[in-house]
Write a protein that binds this ligand. Sequence first.
Ligand SMILES: C[S@@+](CC[C@H](N)C(=O)[O-])C[C@H]1O[C@@H](n2cnc3c(N)ncnc32)[C@H](O)[C@@H]1O
Length: 250
Amino acid sequence: MVNKIIQENVIGTYSNKDTLKYYEKVGLWISEKILFKKYFKKRNVKFLDMGCGGGRTTIPLVKMGFNVFAFDITPAMVKLTKKNLEKSGLKAKVEIGDAINIRYNSNSFDYILFSFNGIEAIPGRNNRLKTLQEIYRVLKPKGIFIFTTNTQKYFKGRRKLFFLKEALKYYFSKLFRLNNKYSRINDFEYGDCFLNFKPAMFMHFSKPERVKKDLEKIGFNLIFSEFRDIIEKRKTPNLRKDYFYVCEKK
Ligand SMILES: C[S@@+](CC[C@H](N)C(=O)[O-])C[C@H]1O[C@@H](n2cnc3c(N)ncnc32)[C@H](O)[C@@H]1O
């Protein structure tokens, strides 16, 4: 269901010229290289690259020898992935799709990736939960799913107040029945916010402990989890934002 907030504050933001320019760049993070080597060992198997953006991960995955299916909710991003594939002379099945309702049959994929906090771009706690359930459904038993979330811990000191301010804006908008982007969030969760993009970008910042409980309830076996900077053995403060989860379908 593409509602107004998804249309404007997800697809709208990711279709922005500057954002598209940023996502032209292809290549895996150091942490992704380390984890993919360890957990995506089989080759020639079906791989689903969700929220593929401009194909940053899609292209390396095809090069690694997977049979890649990629999708994104933002048409301009799908176009960019196709352009990047064509430039590299590579092939993958790329289309417009919604992570909340994955259009593939149950038990279809050996491996699934939802990289660079893509799940956090989905407005509504129930939608994010539905996404995880959908991933569980389309993953084969013993299949591996890797994803990252933002973390609230990244915001330290006075910046911590940011989430509180965003929560107050939400409750104020609901209370006074304002018609704005905050009141359009159906099931607000602390950590939901709008980032300073044009148009404003919806984003959630998770608490990893809560995500782990959600994964467990859905049935995933969490086999590894860690902050990106720790995996990469780098002290870059920005990397503290991203938190990796490696999950197996029981
Ligand atoms: C932070 S970008 C990451 C892009 C790419 N995975 C990367 O690592 O460069 C998140 C992507 O998720 C996509 N996205 C957001 N909500 C989605 C949804 N419900 N279904 C599919 N893709 C979605 C956005 O359009 C965007 O391209």
